[in-house]
Ligand binder design. Structure first.
Ligand code: TLP
Length: 355
């Protein structure tokens, strides 16, 4: 099967740099970024800080490193961080918070990935003979495993206001915060105005091959630069990567609404199929998560069957599949993926009829 017959819905991390990005990478002016001498990295960091309306930004290789440093810079060993129960920081980063920052997460289960101040307030801990104090609240926006859900602005504002009143900090895992902005018809600057730091990824929906940024105060970012070095993230002539990132940052946010429309369309088609549990009205951005237990098979089996027909999609557990739309899948490909999916599901239903 040739590469272009594959429709890859596993993640928005799978996009390839386009011709404009590749040309910019080839022509990037570079220097040693550990000495602060890479002009393209410097430009990217300045641009990211400006777009987010914050003092400074730091280019990091991955979202995981950005979150890791974001937690570390606001906490000390032996403190607690409040996060949603299935956030990336907790479920997908190999206990990094414990390993590097020496903190434990205090998780709040939610139905849609969005914590309220009321829930957070009930989980706060004050330093005492038995309690490690809460010092940080981490919000994931959009929330990946809840299906790309978006925090309402007033919820973020309330959390930040109440947290700051109590001397707590707020970090946003905004790996897909530009998707949140597109969904709300808002700006990332407005969304993150109250947070102390935000990590966002160039390498997800924005389509760059590599890289994320941690954005915050000049003081926090200066300290973060040292943590990045400690983690082995001093990338030297990283301008070749930053060059693609700059294009992603300028060009991609305005087209994210198309990915969202494609995700809704995909969700509507899949929701019509027997054995699939999916409420398309819950799809707010580019992530579609649905339950397949009605098919009587597990996700690994379905993934295998889809793969033989050129559709790549993974389960997030035995019963739930995740599909993401992105700049490398078109509306037509989403429709094709949905009809191939329908064929596979049809065959499964036939196979389950006793003879
Ligand atoms: N998410 C990946 C996987 O790790 C699950 C994906 O395919 O969605 N925060 C959020 C909300 C993320 O979704 C991810 C990656 C990260 C942080 C980490 O980014 P990277 O992969 O660059 O370390």
């Amino acid at each position: 099967m040739s590469e272009n017959e594959i429709i890859d819905l596993r993640s928005d991390t799978v996009t390839r740099p386009d011709a404009k990005m590749r040309a910019a990478m080839a022509n990037a002016e570079v220097g040693d970024d550990v000495y602060g001498e890479d002009p393209t990295v410097n430009r990217l960091e300045e641009r990211a800080a400006a777009i987010f309306g914050k003092e400074a930004a730091l280019f990091v290789p991955t979202g995981t490193m950005g979150n890791t440093i974001g937690v570390k810079v606001h906490t000390k060993h032996g403190e607690e961080v409040i996060c949603e129960a299935h956030c990336h920081l907790v479920d997908w980063e190999l206990s990094m918070m414990a390993w590097f920052a020496g903190c434990t997460p205090r998780v709040i289960p939610t139905d849609n990935g969005v914590m309220s101040w009321k829930q957070i307030a009930g989980s706060l801990r004050v330093k005492g003979p038995h309690n490690a104090p809460t010092t940080l609240i981490a919000l994931e926006n959009t929330h990946n495993m809840a299906g790309g859900t978006v925090y309402p602005q007033e919820t973020i504002d309330e959390i930040c206001h109440e947290a700051h009143q109590r001397g707590l900090r707020v970090h946003m895992d905004g790996a897909r915060v530009f998707n949140a902005a597109a969904a709300l018809n808002s700006t990332v600057d407005r969304i993150t105005r109250g947070v102390d730091s935000v990590m966002f990824c160039l390498s997800k929906a924005l389509g760059a091959p590599v890289g994320s940024l941690l954005v915050g105060t000049a003081e926090a970012i200066a300290e973060s630069r040292l943590f990045r070095k400690r983690l082995g993230g001093g990338m030297r002539q990283a301008g070749v990567l930053a060059a693609a990132g700059l294009i992603a940052l300028e060009d991609s946010p305005s087209v994210l609404a198309e990915d969202h429309a494609n995700a809704r369309l995909l969700a509507q088609r899949l929701a019509e199929l027997p054995g699939i549990r999916l409420d398309p009205s819950r799809v707010q951005t580019n992530i579609v998560i649905f339950d397949i237990s009605g098919l009587g098979i597990i996700t690994a089996e379905l993934s295998r069957d889809l793969q033989t027909r050129g559709i790549l999609a993974n389960g997030i557990d035995a019963t739930r599949m995740r599909m993401l739309t992105h700049r490398d899948v078109t509306r037509d490909q989403c429709l094709r993926a949905a009809s191939i999916f329908a064929e596979v599901v049809g065959e499964k239903s036939l196979a389950s009829i006793p003879v």
